[in-house]
Design a protein around this ligand. Structure first.
Ligand code: COA
Length: 326
């Protein structure tokens, strides 16, 4: 039986740091409020002309450097993003060109913060079916360019970054054991960028109304996220006949510390078994899980044979999980 195994991870964060104190000077907020409500202390923001494919390239390059796989060996590139360089061509095609991955097909996938795990789900299915052998999955976001820096309810949350994994087919009894994806489009209005698409194309009016920025009903999103993620994590473990105590590490989407704590509590998982970097980077949407995974691996928190649970929740609404045996 073929499985997809993660053979390398990589990540990239832009250099510029925006602290809560910096935000206090821009909007009516405080370090205390942001820390207490979200767990975020600072976030990374791109320099002027950096775009999603630039961040994706750095993360992918970092992953490729760690393995025998060369860019020309890749047969598929999936880029999860909702903040791509432009409507088209896809950010995945721009990345393919930068990497020189000339044998790889490339496409983008939009599932907001769940995008990376949606990408893993897709790549896993393609590897298991034998259609593809070596796949690069990237989550990359430049949310700072879609953030309304006058809106204190959203600008405190988001950050920029990218994370990447290289997947290869294996016959070993490890790798991706299961993935779960789900959506509820009836709740699309909880978090969205209303302008700039075919519904409300760019015009003087859409710009004046600030419709090209993220609009979020934070409190409602929070409640759905807590409920959904608790259920998703429990279901994923149950379907794999695993007890939460067998889990080595939960690697959650870094959206809000209180959401993460609620999921851990529901599983009876001590916080030492939860990977956190929200304090440093905020919510980097589809980049959040692969950045956290890369940092967990690089810091030695992931060992051979470990069970890892990845989970995320985001606009759409979408949610997703992946259970991995490292
Ligand atoms: N600084 C200070 N006060 C703020 C603030 C800020 N940055 N943002 C909002 N407030 C105020 C509100 O105006 C409100 O004031 P009021 O009571 O006078 O009306 C009060 O704080 C409470 O607002 P509320 O939205 O209920 O706060 P909250 O506890 O729900 O926290 C979020 C807000 C956004 C941090 C939280 O809801 C959240 O993280 N939601 C999930 C977001 C998410 O995960 N989104 C991405 C999906 S992946």
């Amino acid at each position: 039986m073929l499985r997809a195994r993660i053979v390398a991870t990589g990540s990239y964060l832009p250099e510029k740091i925006v602290t809560n104190q910096d935000l206090e000077r821009i909007v009516d907020t405080s370090d205390e409020w942001i820390t207490e409500r979200t767990g975020i202390k600072e976030r990374r923001i791109v320099g002027g002309c950096q775009a999603a494919s630039d961040l994706a390239y750095e993360a992918a390059h970092a992953a490729l450097k760690k393995t025998h796989i060369k860019a020309k060996d890749l047969d598929l590139i999936i880029v999860a993003t909702v903040t791509g360089d432009m409507p088209f061509p896809s950010t995945a095609c721009l990345l393919q060109a930068r990497l020189g991955a000339k044998h790889a097909a490339a496409f983008d996938l939009a599932a907001a913060c769940s995008g990376f795990i949606y990408g893993l789900h897709t790549a896993n299915a393609m590897i298991k079916s034998g259609m593809h052998q070596r796949i690069l999955v990237v989550g990359t976001e430049v949310l700072s360019k879609f953030t309304d820096w006058e809106d204190r309810t959203t600008c405190i949350i988001f950050g920029d970054g990218a994370g990447a994994v290289l997947l290869e087919a294996t016959k070993e009894k490890r790798g991706i054991l299961s993935t779960h994806i789900a959506s509820d489009g009836t709740l699309a209005d909880l978090i969205m960028v209303p302008g700039g698409g075919s519904r409300m194309g760019c015009s003087r009016e859409t710009i004046m109304k600030r419709l090209h920025f993220v609009k979020m009903k934070g409190n409602e999103t929070f409640k759905v996220a807590v409920r959904t993620l608790e259920e998703l994590a429990s279901q994923t473990l149950a379907e794999n006949k695993l007890d939460p105590s067998q889990l080595s590490l939960l690697i959650p989407h870094q959206a809000n510390l209180r959401i993460i704590q609620a999921t851990a509590k529901r599983l009876g998982l001590p916080m030492e078994k939860v990977f956190l970097n929200i304090e440093k980077y905020g919510n980097t949407s589809s980049a959040s899980v692969p950045i956290a995974l890369d940092e967990a691996v690089e810091s030695g928190r992931v060992k051979d044979g470990d069970y890892l649970l990845l989970e995320a929740f985001g606009g759409g609404l979408t949610w997703a999980s992946a259970l991995i045996r490292w």
